[in-house]
Design a protein around this ligand. Structure first.
Ligand code: CUA
Length: 373
């Protein structure tokens, strides 16, 4: 009996230890990469140890009493019956109240601090939650692009690029896919939650209201994040990345974004551009109903903006489920071809329709997309 209990205990310990193994964890709140996440961790650690102390005291007391006063062989008398102990009861009412009050002071003050308006000079970015991908718009006056009509914010999807060290102020909203609307009411306006564990805690993205996150990254790097609120079939694959650049790389990125999508040079890419911009043959539909490419007639807003699809900092596509480039830097045509061939086969529930694209259409479209630097 004792041997069995020891085995069970041993297995439990091993399971707990193994469950904590994640050598390449990219989303650990315990490895903060910016001041917001750092302050959240600084609050979490003392609260965690207070909770551990309470757990040990209470559970330890229970276990001790269970063992100390257990039933023993030949001991048939009823224990002394007692009722109430005013001193103890006052004690275990006051102690937790004091403990919670002590925890509340730093908690509430950090909530206020994180909710404070951003400092002047912060970079303003709107975050739009769609089913199932994230769109980002840079709304500051010096982040507008002008393709010849009216200036509009730099708009990207899946990867948010920021300058390391500068405070970023996010405005989060939930958007429906316009192309899927019926009677003018957009579908798929649901609650998401925006979370990049190494940079900031979760913030709900709620239809009809705008929430905010203020954060920055200590140093250049790539930080992964994901939706943290169940929002439909593809919720678990609604991912994103935040790429923090040093000042000169940031300047170069902004300069790139202010250019229209580069015009394709190869014949195949030009062919792809025509397929992209025009209705597909046999009434199959049209890419530009949902997608836009700055500087062209494509101006759909229901799906990711593809103006700089092949920019080196645009690391991933389709809800960040696939890398745009292979590890050796070559275009990831394998996953992109599969995605264009039948979106739902590789990402069940995706709102991108299957347009029955032929292999030659797919090859041309990929050549076009990879010309958009
Ligand atoms: Cu969006 Cu879960």
């Amino acid at each position: 009996m004792r041997k069995k209990a020891l085995w069970a205990l041993g297995l439990l310990v091993v399971a707990l230890v193994l469950a904590s193994c994640a050598p390449h964890a990219t989303q650990s709140t315990l490895k903060p990469a910016g001041p917001t996440a750092q302050e959240e961790k600084n609050l979490f650690i003392p609260v965690f140890w207070i909770a551990v102390g309470v757990f040990v005291l209470v559970e330890g007391g229970i276990v001790w009493i269970v063992i100390r006063y257990r039933h023993r062989k030949g001991q048939d008398r009823i224990p002394k019956q007692t009722h109430g102990n005013t001193r103890l009861e006052i004690g275990w009412t006051i102690a937790p109240a004091l403990l919670l009050a002590a925890v509340m002071v730093p908690t509430v003050s950090l909530i206020w601090k994180l909710a404070a308006p951003p400092p002047p000079g912060a970079l303003h970015i709107t975050v739009e939650g769609y089913q199932w991908w994230w769109g980002f718009q840079y709304t500051d006056a010096d982040m507008q692009v002008d393709y010849g009509s009216t200036p509009e914010p730099i708009t990207v999807a899946d990867v948010m690029v920021i300058p390391a060290g500068r405070t970023v102020y996010l405005s989060l909203s939930s958007e429906g896919g316009g192309a899927h609307s019926s009677n003018g009411i957009p579908d798929y306006v649901v609650i998401h939650s925006f979370w990049a564990p190494r940079l900031f805690g979760k913030q709900d993205v709620v239809p009809g209201r705008t929430n905010h996150i203020t954060f920055s990254a200590f140093a250049p790097g790539t930080f992964t994040g994901q939706c943290a609120e169940f929002c439909g079939l593809e919720h678990g694959r609604m991912k994103f990345r935040i790429v923090a650049l040093d000042q000169s790389d940031w300047n170069a990125w902004v300069a790139d974004q202010k250019q229209p999508g580069s015009s394709p040079t190869s014949a195949l890419a030009r062919q792809g551009e025509q397929i992209f911009l025009n209705p597909l043959s046999n009434d199959r539909g049209s890419c530009v109903a949902c997608h836009s490419v700055g500087g062209t007639a494509a101006s759909g807003t229901a799906a990711p903006n593809l103006t700089h699809f092949a920019n080196p900092n645009h690391q991933c596509f389709a809800g960040c489920n696939w890398d745009v480039f292979n590890p050796d830097g070559s275009p990831n045509t394998t996953d992109l071809a599969a995605w264009l061939h039948d979106p739902n086969a590789v990402k069940l529930g995706a709102k991108m329709p299957d347009y029955d694209l032929s292999q030659s259409e797919i090859n041309a479209l990929m050549a076009y997309l990879f010309s958009l630097k």
